[in-house]
Ligand binder design. Structure first.
Ligand code: TMP
Length: 237
């Protein structure tokens, strides 16, 4: 499958057309941004790690009953995916307090919740992706009630699967962000990526952060953390 014209360049990926109108090629970059692009940098090798990790995890989720956009890995950085119309929501699942949850509520980091939480942000860079409640999603017709129910079910299934997957590799899944899209028939599939850019992953034994928070918070050892988490991914079956 050959790349045709570039359709879009985002913060971490480029998207290309193919000869098939229903398929796209995504190409993962080493560029990293945080705080809605206000902080910029490069994480050497990130594109390859995120591409491989996302594809591995999406194939696992498919087996667990979560349909995804994944079709086929084409190369280190490139993957063939189904073309979707993205639902303009960031779907965030949290198992342990961290990040904006702690900031918003003045709540300590590292507290495990009795059950996972699911929340939504409105994908809108000009507005800094504000938190959005379900009634407002419905009011703006960003998604239907039925689609939201499907998205929440898929997000919680993903949380169960990914938490168990990482636990078996000595890694704690703290929280993560998913994005969903609609296929031409209207059905909802998981899209975008699942990677250390979009998940908080802590070493279970030491609590060490093995994800993009090392870049966001200037903790150092960013490349090493991405390599370490990729090694853990490969260490299990
Ligand atoms: P938060 O605590 O900053 O709201 O982030 C929750 C999760 O979502 C965390 O795993 C990082 C991920 N995330 C993204 O993937 N993209 C984003 O733009 C933001 C803000 C967070």
């Amino acid at each position: 499958m050959d790349r045709r014209e570039q359709l879009y360049e985002g913060k971490a990926k480029k998207v290309f057309a193919t000869d098939d109108p229903e398929l796209l090629i995504v190409s993962y970059k080493d560029d990293a941004t945080a705080f809605n692009g206000k902080k910029r940098g490069t994480i050497a090798g990130k594109g390859i790690i995120n591409n491989r990790m996302s594809n591995h995890l999406m194939q696992r989720l498919e087996k667990a009953g979560v349909p995804t956009h994944f079709v086929r890995e084409l190369s280190g950085r490139e993957t063939l995916v189904k073309r979707v119309r993205i639902v303009p929501l960031e779907v965030i699942v949290r198992n342990i307090s961290a990040g904006s949850f702690c900031k918003r509520y003045g709540f300590p980091e590292g507290v495990r919740f009795g059950e996972p939480t699911v929340e939504y942000s409105y994908k809108n860079d000009a507005l800094d992706d504000p938190l959005i409640c379900v009634p407002h999603i419905l009011a703006m017709q960003l998604a239907t009630r039925e689609e939201i129910a499907t998205i929440e079910r898929y997000a919680l299934t993903a949380d169960r699967e990914l938490s168990a997957f990482w636990a078996a590799r000595g890694v704690t899944l703290v929280d993560f962000k998913l994005e969903f899209g609609r296929l031409p028939d209207g059905s909802i599939v998981l899209a975008d990526e699942i990677s250390p850019d979009t998940c908080r992953l802590w070493d279970t034994a030491t609590g060490k952060k093995l994800d993009k928070d090392r870049f966001r918070q200037d903790l150092g050892g960013v490349e090493d953390a991405y390599a370490e988490i990729m090694g853990r991914l490969m260490s299990g079956s």
